[in-house]
Design a protein around this ligand. Sequence first.
Ligand code: NAD
Length: 499
Amino acid sequence: MTASQQDLALREQAQGFLSREVHHLIIDGQSVPAASGKTMTTVNPSTGDVLARLASGGQADVDRAVLAARRAFKGPWSAWSPYERQALLTRVGQVLDAKFDELAQIEAVDMGAPVTRLRNSKAALMKMLSFFASQATNISGETLMNGIPGSVTTMTLKAPVGVIGGIIPWNGPLVSQFWIIGAVLASGCTAVLKPASEASLSVLRVAEILLEAGVPAGVINVVTGSGKDAGNALAAHPDVDRIAFTGSTQTGRSIIQASTVNIKKLQLELGGKSADIVCSDADLDKAVPGAAMGVFANSGQICFAGTRVLVQRPIVDEFTERLLAFIKTLRVGNSLDDTATLGPVISQNQLDNVLSYIDVGRAEGAELLCGGQRLGDELENGYFMQPSVFGGVTNDMRIAREEIFGPVLSIMPFDDIDEAIAIANDNEYGLGGAVWSQNLSTALRVVHGVHTGTMWVNCYGYVDPMVGFNGTKMSGYGAKGTAAHMDTYLYTKSVYMQL
Ligand code: NAD
């Protein structure tokens, strides 16, 4: 079966959803047009064709959605017990399990990730839902000793904060939206979600599925639209209690400014420029594919991509040769082609931006060892780019300092571990990072030395909600996963009881 035949066959399964004339907002359990009547289009990045028309929401729609979320927060939902919310999360998991293939197809054509990669992400989603189901029955305060004369009992209580504004990026909304939805359902909050205009469809379809699974109307609302209109209206809304934002550092700054209206607490997961350190004693059978996919997975559109690959000088040649051989095994193709390992980047804009960094790298004196071009032939209408590698990169170059968010890897030689740690730390971001070494003390030295929110040793990119995923420096704050994640959705009340 050719890619285009597969494309048609797979689309049929999600056809009912994709063929709607306009995808409306979801407010208070209802599908409603934007108050202004405005719409916008979204494009399939594998073909460049218009995929769907969506409501383009703005201030009035955010107002309506926040009102619905507030009403739901104060309504019968507030009386659901932790066990009931846990059972709901379990049911949501079962319904999503049954519908996941349809969701994977929708996401594949909307944001361009290969459908096989998306199907494989089902296990991660199921784990996330189990984790949040467990959190529903694990919300606890403390009883505390005190120094107050007399008989005063003191404790802290945890309570849901209220309405959450969830602002979601385009690089993997199908799974990433559940960092918000899971915590909202576990904590008893409600939410207004604002997906990225480039990839909103899986968020809209999930909101419908949540209603089918029994999530009460108004608990999860979705307002599609631009960041400038719908996103900013949500971030600045005086009746939104918290913002959970994942996106670029630049947008994160605007969110911080907007949040001052009512001093919202923020969970900010921002950009990155992570260092992946390959020591001379690394097992290259693992380090080469690990470091390569640490960059090229999702066509480089992953916040924690290890785009600065620091390689110890004695093995630079061998590592480079094996990396280039590995890249030849990757197949770039239509996101619905089951054999594709890499899909397109999200948009023409993103492609232009990534290609401009190829020019920047060359002009800075780095050596382009492979790739660097848009792909043609049957892929010419999509936003496909060859996986690209620069050699001889130094840390002062823009390609080593700025987030490219595309399939571009930089090889940066180093001599000793202290130098590698210094290079890794000489960057404004602090999101991911890894070390490949068979020597445990070398690995631990790097783990301790690198100033970053998440480190992997002899692996790259595992994220488990039980362990969490953090960022520091300009990569943001507020944990994803662990009980710390739930803290964004709860507030603490200190209680003094004189009996
Ligand atoms: P983006 O910042 O452009 O957009 C993210 C979301 O914010 C979108 O929904 C967008 O519409 C909205 N938005 C834009 N301007 C806004 C404004 N002024 N006010 C409110 N909302 C606004 O990011 P993107 O291009 O969608 O995603 C890529 C970026 O996200 C990269 O920098 C990447 O590193 C980062 N990211 C980080 C993580 C993480 O966990 N740290 C995960 C995924 C992506």
